[in-house]
Ligand binder design. Structure first.
Ligand SMILES: [Zn+2]
Length: 332
């Protein structure tokens, strides 16, 4: 694929390779083929998925990992991309012991359907998304609440099977939002067998957001996990590790977005994606002039982890925790 330039290779050689464990588990990857979508579907202009021709199939992920982490054995947990137009019954065809898959789920899906999806793919859990709830209940995406995203029947089934949920929390206040916090805790309490993986550390991409998250209150729930997808900030990762058990922090990247060149930065109690390529991801500031040379978000995330996670916890966060969690679910 030839993704790396000389500068990237130097980052890997000098900063990453000497400190990364031999095995890495990426718990948050989006994998989908073009035919998961109806014929004629195309992503809107400047969507990052155009970078790989509007699809990101597993063979492409495997190839990309060989380039970015040539000395590591890379495992993954993946799900397709939660868009309205995608066929949720189509799932990445994971192979062997190192690849895991989750099913997309909408609150519109009857529990029988969810069960069928999970069993047919041997999925380890589900990935709901707020747009599905917004569509079903006719809400604006900003008004969707966590409890809109999964139905009580779906939650009861997931709890009975002790599966995982990767949850991208809604609402503008993200992790600092008191209603989100309350509903996140309620989920953990009411469904003690579900492993709740709050994606992107509750979308707390800037310090003020995690400072107002009441993070300490989540320590008591053994089924509360965080994935680090797209968090570039060493400061946020350190804050998390200082207050939450390292055993329940999972490395995730949000690949293929993470294969773009850019860096997420905190600006005045907000954050923005500085983009080194002409794609827009959320709040983006695109370096159209080529003012600086960027590397991949993927490498920036690893840099953040290496700087923010205590040395003794690195292997847990980068591999062991996800390995235990997902192989445990698959074995049961
Ligand atoms: Zn994602």
């Amino acid at each position: 694929m030839k993704l790396l330039n000389e500068r990237d290779r130097r980052i890997y050689r000098e900063e990453l390779a000497p400190r990364l464990p031999a095995r890495i588990f990426d718990a948050h990857v989006h994998v989908f083929d073009r035919d998961f979508f109806p014929p004629g579907f195309t992503f809107p202009p400047r969507t990052c998925y155009h970078k790989f021709g509007g699809a990101f199939p597993l063979p492409l992920w495997r190839e990309a990992m060989k380039e970015l982490l040539p000395e590591q054995e890379v495992w993954l947990n993946c799900f397709s991309t939660p868009r309205r137009e995608i066929d949720r019954d189509r799932m990445p065809e994971v192979k062997g012991p190192r690849e895991f898959v989750m099913a997309l789920v909408s609150p519109a899906d009857p529990v029988e359907k969810v069960k069928q999806r999970i069993e047919s793919a041997r999925a380890v859990g589900v990935k709901p998304y707020l747009n599905y709830a917004a569509e079903l209940y006719g809400k604006k995406s900003g008004e969707v609440e966590i409890f809109d995203m999964l139905t009580p029947e779906q939650l009861a089934y997931l709890d009975e099977k002790a599966l995982a949920v990767t949850l991208h929390i809604p609402r503008a206040g993200r992790f600092a939002d008191p209603l989100n916090q309350r509903q996140m805790r309620e989920l953990c309490e009411k469904y003690p067998h579900i492993k709740f993986i709050f994606a992107h550390i509750g979308r707390a991409y800037f310090m003020r957001n995690i400072r107002e998250s009441n993070l300490e209150e989540f320590v008591q729930y053994p089924n509360a996990f965080f994935d680090t997808a797209m968090v570039n900030s060493a400061e946020i990762l350190k804050y998390l590790c200082d207050r939450f058990p390292a055993e329940r922090i999972l490395f995730g990247t949000d690949t293929p977005i993470a294969l773009l060149r850019g860096k997420s930065v905190e600006i005045n109690d907000q954050y923005a994606y500085l983009m080194g390529e002409n794609y827009a991801v959320g709040t983006s500031i695109i370096d159209t002039e080529g003012a600086v040379e960027f590397t991949f978000f993927f490498y920036e995330q690893l840099r953040g982890l290496l700087a923010g996670v205590p040395e003794g916890d690195l292997e847990k966060v980068l591999f062991t925790n996800a390995h235990q969690l997902f192989t445990g679910i698959r074995a049961q």
